[in-house]
Design a protein around this ligand. Structure first.
Ligand code: CA
Length: 222
């Protein structure tokens, strides 16, 4: 899952980025509204953390511009404490949730997880596909209730496929949601990781749709 973080306070930006990365997200960062607007307009993100008070272009204007352009990525806004009018304006501009400053990192992470799974049509933190389960809180995979040891990268790829189970995910889409903007992307590496995941999970869960991409599905349901 790939997150865009738009926050101009350098120290807060660093703290949130570290927490997101430790939670297994790929993070692109922007420090002003103009750069944030551009990234959110051109790159596919699974969620955005958007501060409202930003230099060059404020967060509310950025959010309105995205929504007017038809960008539907879930957006969590960071608001000033007790500024109820800011929250109202934020929701009216198309925000999906908010966290008032100062906040506990655990709450921000929990709200983001909920936003991402709701956007993908899931209601619970543990996603299930037959004998396979994926805990979005920890990035752990369980097969018949037993943990399958995954590397951070394998967990990112499996997490994306589990969020979009029974749908065909192209290699490009997978690459875009797993690697950061400045990462040297090589589509072959996705194939290598898929191969390793298949070895660990057993054949059948991740199908190759020739020329289209991959589909995670319950092998017992055919
Ligand atoms: Ca700010």
């Amino acid at each position: 899952m790939r997150i865009l973080l738009v926050e101009d306070d350098r120290e807060l930006h660093r703290q949130v980025r570290t927490a997101l990365e430790n939670a297994g997200y790929t993070v692109d960062g922007a420090f002003d509204g103009e750069e944030g607007h551009f990234l959110g307009d051109t790159e596919p993100y699974d969620a955005v953390v958007l501060d409202l008070g930003l230099p060059i272009k404020d967060g509310l204007a950025v959010l309105k511009a995205w929504r007017q352009a038809g960008r539907t990525q879930p957006v969590l806004i960071l608001t000033a404490r007790d500024a109820w009018s800011e929250k109202v304006a934020g929701f009216d501009a198309g925000a999906d949730d908010y966290v008032p400053k100062p906040f506990h990192m655990a709450e921000l992470l929990a709200r983001l997880r909920a936003l991402i799974r709701r956007a993908a049509g899931h209601t619970t933190p543990v996603l299930e596909c037959g004998r396979l389960a994926f805990d979005t809180r920890t990035g752990q995979a369980l097969l018949d209730g037993v943990e399958v040891p995954l590397t951070a990268h394998e967990s990112k790829i499996l997490g994306y496929l589990m969020h979009h189970m029974d749908k065909t995910v192209s290699r490009t889409e997978l690459t875009e949601h797993v690697y950061a903007q400045d990462f040297d992307r090589d589509s072959n590496t996705i194939e290598v990781f898929i191969g390793r995941l298949r070895k660990k999970l057993g054949e059948g869960f991740i199908r190759t749709q020739r020329g289209l991409g991959y589909r995670l599905t319950n092998p017992e349901e055919g």
